[in-house]
Design a protein around this ligand. Structure first.
Ligand SMILES: C[S@@+](CC[C@H](N)C(=O)[O-])C[C@H]1O[C@@H](n2cnc3c(N)ncnc32)[C@H](O)[C@@H]1O
Length: 285
């Protein structure tokens, strides 16, 4: 295992189980975001995201789920994702061990490959859980979104006495509309399942405070640690792949060289070649 960074932002290039067992103190983490391999056959730099059978995948997942629960403070929160096929198993396993407060749907506008003989998958599920449902952080004012109904049409709510205009802002519901990370977006990194900054902003602003520690044990491109740092939280990221860990070293530690290797990202093809320009995709939320 290789360790980079300092007390505020740490990167472990190693395996989740080994790192959690040996490096992270029990009850030390305020917020955990987990976006594991989904067991759907993606290619993570040659490491295949497909287990022999469903049972093997779930046995492995339950092992690290038990460990992350140990690492969470009693006031801590956990956001956990997996594929639509496997989230029911996570749900049933977790509801015996922690309080699931929201079942979130991250909805997006493109399924990548177009399904022709079934309905293409346009969402990914996220479970929002807290250890103690009477004592946890939820900064609703930090994540308000535009209320699209009454206030947009400038309606008056006559059920109130005296009648009042509808609120212009509201706490988001459990369907989240954020664009997936596309090649042309400035945040894009070379990784098959990079999560958008906007998704992690909502999670980190709602469920942690400045100075808190945020852990992501399947860091990929280190979106979680990057956003945690942006909002003055501490971060711990674990990632087994060395090349992906280098993305974190650049993105989070802002280090552009490692053992003589230049970590500057490759320029995008449209920056080096004379391709026609097009507009960027923007997230709706
Ligand atoms: C779904 S991706 C995470 C993407 C990340 N949320 C992001 O925004 O870029 C899962 C990551 O887990 C890593 N991984 C797979 N097995 C691992 C293990 N045993 N320990 C630590 N990381 C692992 C993969 O290399 C991959 O980068």
């Amino acid at each position: 295992m290789n360790i980079y960074g300092d007390e505020n932002h740490k990167i472990y290039n190693g395996d989740i189980i080994n790192t959690l067992e040996n490096e992270i103190q029990d009850r030390s983490i305020d917020l955990i975001f987990i976006d594991p391999p989904y067991n759907i056959g993606k290619n993570f730099n040659g490491r295949r995201d497909k287990w022999q059978n469903d049972e093997d995948y779930l046995t492995w997942c339950y092992k690290w789920i038990d460990l992350v629960l140990q690492k969470l403070k009693d006031t801590g929160s956990l956001y956990i994702m997996t594929s639509t096929q496997f989230i029911p198993y996570f749900d049933i396993y977790l509801r015996e061990r922690i309080n699931i407060l929201s079942r979130i749907v991250w909805s997006y506008d493109s399924s990548g490959v177009q399904a022709k003989k079934y309905y293409g998958s346009m969402y990914e599920p996220i479970l929002f859980c807290v250890k103690d449902k009477n004592k946890y952080t939820f900064n609703s004012d930090e994540i308000l979104v535009e209320a699209k109904t009454g206030s947009k049409r400038k309606l008056i709510d006559y059920r109130k006495n005296p009648p009042q205009p509808y609120n212009t802002k509201k706490v988001p519901g459990n369907v989240w509309d954020f664009a997936r990370v596309r090649y042309r977006m400035p945040e894009y990194e070379n990784h098959p399942t990079q999560k958008p900054i906007k998704l992690l902003e909502r999670i980190i602003l709602a469920s942690s405070n400045e100075g808190d520690t945020v852990l992501d044990p399947f860091s990929g491109t280190f979106t979680t640690s990057y956003v945690a740092k942006k909002y003055n939280r501490k971060s711990i990221g674990i990632e087994i792949d060395q090349e992906f860990s280098k993305i974190g070293i650049r993105r989070v530690l802002e280090q552009f060289e490692l053992n003589g290797e230049d970590l500057t990202p490759e320029p995008k093809t449209y920056q080096t070649k004379n391709y026609p320009q097009q507009t960027l995709f923007e997230s709706k939320a």
